[in-house]
Structure formats: C-alpha cells, structure tokens
Design a protein around this ligand. Structure first.
Ligand SMILES: [Zn+2]
Length: 332
C-alpha cells in the first residue's frame, strides 16, 4: 500500500527582512477512510500542561455528582430491561445511565467514585480494565435486550478541553441502532485494506509501536487530532465480544499510551473504540486515542474550523515524532 502524501509550499514575505520565506505543509490521506490531514511545521500549538489540576480538583470536588455519597443518589439508573440492579460495577468502576442521552442506550462509567482526580501518569491497567469491563458488560446487556442496537462504542472525554462537562474522570458508552459517521465509514472499509495498512506500517516501522498480543498499535499516518494513536484487533468487531483477557490487554495498551501522553505534557484526551455489529466479517475492532489541548485560562482549542467543519486534521506534532517519543514502550 502506498501512503499518499503531497508537499505544499507557502511563500510569504518576512516583515522583518523583506525577504521571501517558505513554509512546507504536508497533506496526507488516511489509508482507511481517505480523509486528509495537514502536518504543519512545529509551532508550539500544544504547550505542555502548567495548570494546577490538583487545585482545580479540590475546587470542583464538593459539588461533583460522581464522588462518594453522591454517585448513588444523583446518577440515573439503567432501565431494568438492561440491568436489574440499574448499575454495573467491576472493582471500583461503576457504570450508570447517562443523564444526557446521545443514543437509545448511553452510559457513563467512572473509574472509581474515589478517583475525582486522576492525572494520566496514574491511570493503571487495572483501573482501565475495570472501567472497560463495565462498558463491555453494558454493551452485551444492551445487545441481548435490544437486538436492533448493534453498534457499540466505548469513548472518553478526559478533562474539560476534550468536551467533558464534569471533571471527575469517566468513560462513555453508546450502543445504538445507528452508527456514527466514523463507525459507518470504518465499517465500509474492506478487510484487505486494514491488513494492507497494518502490513505497510509494520514494514516501514517509523509509526509502528508494537503488538501487545491481539492488539496492534500505531501512530496515525494522517491524524485527525494531535498525537493520535490507533489500535486494531483482528477477529472481533464489537466491544461486546471482548473477553477478560482482551480487556486486560487493551487496558494495558491504553495505560502505556496515557503514560506516554503524560510524559509529553498532555493531560486531556479523547478516545473512541469503534465497534461494528458483533460477528462482523473481517472488521477489526479498532480505536483512536488522541490528545487535546491542556486546561488553562484562555487556552487555544486544538480543534479549529479545519477539524470541525472541513473534517481535516491539522497538527504541528509530526506523527513520526510522536512515535519516537513513545519509543519501545509497546515492544516490551
Ligand atoms: Zn468527583
């Protein structure tokens, strides 16, 4: 597979010297969906976090509906057809219905009611695995109770810049009869194209991070968002099909990635694990994980008219630089 890229040159006149100045922009096309992305020269668009998250945590904690003593009282229960207890728990993770539904079945799952403050370098595989396990149980319960709802995704808005309205870290599940745009586009990609993309990245090596068992991790060639990683697991198409071993493996990979983000100075991220209907032929369960701008007063959003309205990524963090920063974490 040829990874498509084209170099554009912008010429301007430098105001201080009056001399021509040139900037090179690389336009890349995603090998799966064809969407394009612009790799810009490093411009410092994603400064490292210098925000006192711990102080903000203390400030937001007294009114947090997900904290101990309030989570049972203030969060909606699941319909009894989905779960007789109204909540799904695993370890310290608790899943409940999303107060603000996005689909026929929308859930929120906190890593722990106790973990109001959870910086990315403290997100362990265990914490992630328990939370993912509640989401997997939710997806299974919905698919069993409402067979029309076959499109499941597990997602995260982590910290306010990512779209999270609450500080307390959590994941969100959507199980619906309707795929999202990206689920639909990914499900339309032929199985051979996934295989060819991964073969190409394995061969080139510069964005290939490693294989944790069934999941293969790469840095996106044409990212929608900064420091975007992708992972693929052949042989399963829905989160509802993840067993405990695969949940632990996926959680381990996510923990490695989040630790790398923390080291790069990032504290906010989005994640989407894109499920297609269970037992789909050839569709690999796959995910995107990407950084968002750090929390600070008057911060610059990393999502501009390009991402929101043109569906075009524009990042000044080169994918190959991200892969170098992550290094051999996934190869151990
Ligand atoms: Zn809280």
């Amino acid at each position: 597979m040829e990874l498509s890229r084209e170099l554009l040159t912008a010429e301007t006149i430098d105001p201080s010297t009056g001399e021509p100045a040139r900037t090179t922009i690389e336009v890349r096309h995603d090998p799966l969906t064809g969407h394009s992305s612009r790799i810009l020269p490093e411009r410092g668009l994603m400064p490292a976090s210098d925000f006192d998250l711990e102080a903000f945590a203390r400030e937001s904690q007294p009114n947090c509906p997900f904290c101990p003593g309030r989570v049972d009282r203030l969060t909606p229960k699941l319909a009894s057809s989905i779960h007789p207890d109204g909540r799904i728990t695993r370890g310290e993770a608790v899943l409940f219905a999303n107060l603000h539904a996005y689909s026929s079945h929308s859930s929120v799952s906190v890593y722990s009611s106790r973990l109001h403050y959870l910086p990315l370098d403290q997100v362990t595989g265990r914490i992630l695995a328990d939370n993912l396990a509640t989401q997997v149980a939710f997806a299974r319960a919905v698919v069993a109770a409402d067979p029309q709802s076959r499109w499941a995704s597990i997602n995260a808005n982590h910290m306010l810049p990512s779209g999270s309205s609450l500080f307390h870290p959590h994941m969100q599940g959507i199980v619906d009869s309707q795929p999202t745009t990206m689920q639909r586009l990914l499900a339309e990609v032929p199985a051979q194209r996934y295989a060819a993309y991964l073969d190409t990245e394995r061969r080139l090596g510069e964005r290939y991070l490693g294989n944790t068992g069934r999941f293969e991790w790469i840095v996106s060639f044409a990212p929608i968002a900064p420091a975007e990683l992708r992972a693929f697991a052949a042989g399963i198409s829905s989160p509802a099909e993840l067993d405990d071993d695969l949940i632990a493996e996926l959680a381990h990979g996510l923990a490695l990635a989040l630790a790398a983000y923390a080291e790069m100075g990032f504290q906010s991220f989005n994640c989407a694990i894109y499920g297609a209907p269970p037992a789909g032929e050839g569709y690999p369960l796959n995910l995107r994980l990407a950084c968002r701008s750090n929390l600070r007063a008057f911060y610059r959003s990393d999502s501009t008219f390009l991402e929101r309205l043109h569906w075009e990524g524009a990042v000044d963090v080169a994918p190959e630089a991200v892969a170098r920063r992550i290094g051999d974490r996934f190869r151990q």
